[in-house]
Structures are given as C-alpha cells and as structure tokens.
Design a protein around this ligand. Structure first.
Ligand code: FAD
Length: 500
C-alpha cells in the first residue's frame, strides 16, 4: 500500500528544460512545487543547439546566466546551412533586433547533461522539492480532474502526491499526456528518423562562425554538425522513416549507416576527415530517435498542463525544441501563478497559455515546412516528399486546424512580392546582421529573407525578442495581447494581467 499522500501546490513531472523552467517560475511566485524526475542527474539528452530566447530570456529570469556563462559552453552566433541549390553554405545569424546588443544575440551549444543539471539544481535552490529517480506511473483523477500522480521512488516504493496542478514535462515518452483533452497527432510531413553519435577532432567553421550549428542537406536527408567543445562534435543524420532498416540493429550496423550518410554529404565528410568517433562512455553510443514530430489536440486538461516535448515537437533543423519547452514553461507558470493568486479564472488563464503556445508551435511548423521546401531536389525521394505542395489534405487539415489560423491562411505567407518588399523595407538591419560576408546572396538565402519577412514569423521573432529583452534588461517592455481579449504578462513576467 502506498504511504500517506504527499502534497504540493504543483507537481512537475520531468526535470528537462521544460520542467525545470515551470517549476522554478512557480516556486518564485511563492508556491510549493515538487519535481519528479525518473533519472539520476546528470542524464543524457539530445537537443544541444539552443536559441537566444532561452539563454538571454528564460535563463536570465531563472537567475542562471552567470552559471551558464561559466560552464564553458560553445558560443553559437547562428546557423550555417548547406541547403538549397547553391553548393556554398550560407549563414543565419541571431543578431536580428536593434534593441539587443551583440552580446545578447548569441546562444550556446550545450552538453545537455550539464545544461539540464544547472537548471534543476537552480530549481532546488529556488525552493523546488526535486526528487530524482522517481518515476511517475499514472495520474490520479478525481471527478474528471487530475489531482495528483502515483510514482515509484528510488527505493522502489509506490507513492502518491496530490496537487492543484500537475505539469507534464516528461518529454516525448510521456505517459500522462492523454489526460489533457485530446490525442497526440503525428505529422506526416516531418515523420523522419534521426541517427546520431559523437566525434573527437572534427574541424571547425572559420572565424566567428566556429560555434555555429552546421546543417547540410544530402540526397537522403540532412546532417547536423554541432561543435560542443573545441574537440567534441555531435553529428546526426535526419532521414526518411523508410530508412528504418538502416538504423535498426547492432551498434556496428548503426555505425556503418551513420558513416554511409556522412560519406554522401561532402561538407560534413570533409569536416570529419581527421576525426574519430567516440566509442566509450555516454557519448559512445549511436542513438536513434523516430517519429518525433507531433502535437497534441489540447495542451491542457482539468488540473493538467503539457509543456515541452510532452505537448509537441516539430523537427530539429532550426533548434526549436528547447526554446519551445522553456517558453511553454514560462507561459504555463504564468497561468498557474495567476490562478493560484486568485486573480483570474482557470479558463481565462489557461486559454492564454494554449493560444500563445499553439501560435508559437504553429509558426515554427509553418516556417520549418517552408525551410524544407527550399531544398528542392526532384531526383531525391526524401526531398520530393517534402515539397510543401505535397502535403496531404489530412495533414494540412489536422495541423492548420490545430495551429488556429496562423498557418497557411496568412496573406503574408502567400504573397511573395509583397513580402519581399515589406521585408526589404522593414529589416535592413537584419540584412546587415545576417550577412557580413555576402554568403547569404544565394537563391536559398533569398528565400530565407522571404521567410523572415512574413508577418507570422516576424511576430514570433518579436515575441522571442520580448522574452529576451525581459531577461536581458530585467524590465518590462510593453507586450501586446496576441489575440482579441487576450492577456498580457505582469511587470515581473510571472503572471498574466487582463487589459483595461
Ligand atoms: P526532455 O528534455 O525530454 O525532459 C523530460 C524529462 O522527463 C527527462 O529528464 C526524463 O527522464 C523525465 N521523465 C520521462 N518520463 C518520466 C516519468 N514517467 N517520471 C518522471 N520523469 C520522467 N532541441 C533543440 O533545442 N536543439 C536541438 O539541436 C535539438 N536537436 C534534436 C535532435 C533530435 C533528433 C530530436 C529528436 C530532438 C532534438 N531537439 C532539439 C529537441 C529537444 O531534444 C527537446 O525538444 C527538449 O529536450 C524538450 O525538453 P523537455 O523538457 O520537454 O523534455
């Protein structure tokens, strides 16, 4: 029989970036939070290339900026892409907003074992009761509302804990997500496989781009090349799921497949000429992830909130996973704090969470679909299948409905000339910032300009900048509601305010 139930205001399941962010920001508002993590930290995770909004926005709000600076992670100024028709790689730099100094326009490439532990230990310092090696088995449901969870602790004892809210931040393997209303829907467009390992001694891109993520397309998919330290590099291949037979099997078979993909991608093959694959320790394994692109019909249910990969994930190509998880953590914490403070009703506060989170996911989904579309190669099954025009009706319907109108209906996404013109007029600073060297003057670079010039994408960029500014300057920059009747953040960023 389980012991007497424990109690908390909020139970967070999962100690990844989504869970730690939510737990910390709820604890900062004075509430009792328990975080249950099934592993002993540090633990391995993929998702090593971060975006500035996480570092300069959320991490600053959490108070871990200095610790992260001291951790010695590789500074990332942006991404270098061998994508589209031009064989030369081009750069996308983060220096997008004139309001942000160059210093705030960078992110990091992180070893997730280190990064995630920094966030969890910080949550502990902020008063979160962190319990490692505690695996949550199921939600406790009372009269249709989630009121706690049942878990097994580090000694194998089954326990329960009751809470006003349960936050499911347990990642893609979540057992609880179905308690939010609705089901998980997989994207046909992004239904890919990833096969990845680690190398010592790989080359670095020249000069200030040395810390960039390199994404390079080849016939069967694309490869990421992430410099984690001066010598350690994360390398992964993203291929169609019909290549499943190549990624199954023993480590030797996987190794053969990974090298096979690398050999067919000239730029990455060259970068790895003198490198050796790490074969021992945490980084010695060649790992596989599949069917990782999905969203949930609803991100909330009675007493339950989904955050991060438990709710949705798109695709690794633009490093959006940890951003979506930490941003969702911020939004969820605001909604929970607002309701627990008795300031607004649950429906209103969680509708704001859902609307903003879905909008962010929707725009990235749209953006990444278009980004894949740029790599046109009619001879390749992988790339042909990813032409946006090849969306199946069901796929479009499911996702466009889910993203609530921010997707294809946007006039800004369909009117190329107008977009280009608006972009040219409105973001001269972006052109300057993106392309010091002129390497973006390629066909795919031009298409990138169009993507960044669309209204939905620039709105989200604006949203990310606001999160960044808030963290960077510690002040409230005026944020607008994202929908009629919507809420805005309070000055400290921890709750929502109704307008008027
Ligand atoms: P996670 O980081 O998965 O954390 C969930 C935590 O919950 C884990 O610690 C787990 O142990 C714990 N847990 C699970 N089940 C239970 C349970 N039952 N009880 C208690 N605890 C539990 N994102 C990027 O930003 N940049 C990238 O470069 C990038 N590359 C990627 C490459 C690939 C191939 C894939 C598949 C994803 C990539 N991502 C990337 C996405 C990134 O990995 C995730 O979006 C991110 O880790 C999500 O964070 P999270 O906190 O939601 O979940």
């Amino acid at each position: 029989m389980p012991d007497e139930p424990g109690q908390a205001d909020v139970v967070v399941v999962g100690g990844g970036p989504g869970g730690s962010t939510t737990a910390s920001l709820v604890a900062m508002a004075g509430h009792r939070v328990t975080l249950l993590e099934k592993e002993k930290l540090p633990r391995y995770q993929i998702g090593e290339s971060l975006l500035p909004a996480t570092i300069h926005g959320v991490c600053r709000m959490l108070g871990v900026t200095e610790e992260i600076e001291k951790a010695g992670f590789t500074v990332k100024r942006g991404g270098s892409f061998r994508w589209g028709t031009n064989p030369r790689p081009w750069n996308f730099l983060f220096a997008l907003s004139p309001r942000l100094s160059a210093q705030n326009s960078t992110a990091y490439q992180v070893e997730r074992m280190k990064f995630d532990e920094i966030l969890v230990r910080n949550a502990q310092r902020l008063g979160v009761d962190v319990r490692e090696e505690c695996s949550v088995r199921e939600a406790i449901v009372t009269d249709g509302r989630v009121t706690g969870v049942r878990y097994v602790d580090e000694s194998g004892t089954e326990r329960t804990i009751e809470a006003k809210y349960v936050v499911d931040a347990s990642g893609n393997s979540s057992r609880l997500h179905s308690h939010a209303s609705g089901k998980r829907i997989h994207s046909d467009f992004f239904r890919n496989l990833a096969l990845f390992g680690y190398f010592e001694g790989g080359k670095r891109l020249p000069g200030p781009d040395a810390g960039n993520i390199l994404c390079a397309a080849f016939d069967e998919g694309w490869l990421w090349y992430i410099p984690l330290s001066d010598t350690l590099t994360s390398v992964g291949a993203v291929v169609h799921r019909d290549q499943a037979d190549k990624v199954r099997g023993t480590q030797e078979e996987r190794e053969k497949s990974l090298h096979g993909f690398i050999d067919r991608c000239e730029i990455v093959r060259d970068m790895l000429t003198d490198a050796t694959r790490v074969k021992t320790g945490t980084y010695g394994e060649i790992r596989v992830r599949k069917d990782y692109s999905y969203t949930s019909e609803s991100f909330t249910g009675p007493g339950m909130v989904l955050v991060g990969d438990a709710a949705c994930f798109i695709d690794p190509v633009f490093s959006t996973g940890v951003h979506l998880a930490t941003y969702a953590g911020l939004l969820a914490a605001r909604s929970i704090n607002t309701v627990l403070a008795g300031e607004l009703g649950e429906d209103q506060a969680f509708a704001e969470f859902e609307a903003r989170y879905r909008r962010e996911f929707g725009v990235f989904y749209e953006f990444l679909s278009s980004f894949y579309d740029m790599q046109s190669n009619e001879d390749s099954y992988f790339w042909k299948a990813r032409k946006v025009t090849n969306f199946t009706e069901g796929d479009v319907e499911a996702f466009v409905t889910l993203v609530g109108g921010v997707a294809s209906g946007e006039e800004a996404l369909t009117d190329g000339d107008a977009v280009r013109q608006r972009f040219r007029e409105s973001s001269k600073n972006l052109v300057d910032a993106v392309d010091r060297t002129g390497t973006m003057q390629t066909e795919s670079g031009e298409k990138m300009f169009e993507l960044f010039g669309t209204r939905v994408v620039s709105d989200v960029m604006q949203g990310m900048n606001e999160v960044q500014s808030r963290g960077a300057y510690g002040v409230h920059t005026k944020e607008n509601p994202v929908r009629p009747g919507g809420l805005v953040p309070t000055a400290d960023g921890l709750r929502w305010n109704a307008i008027g």
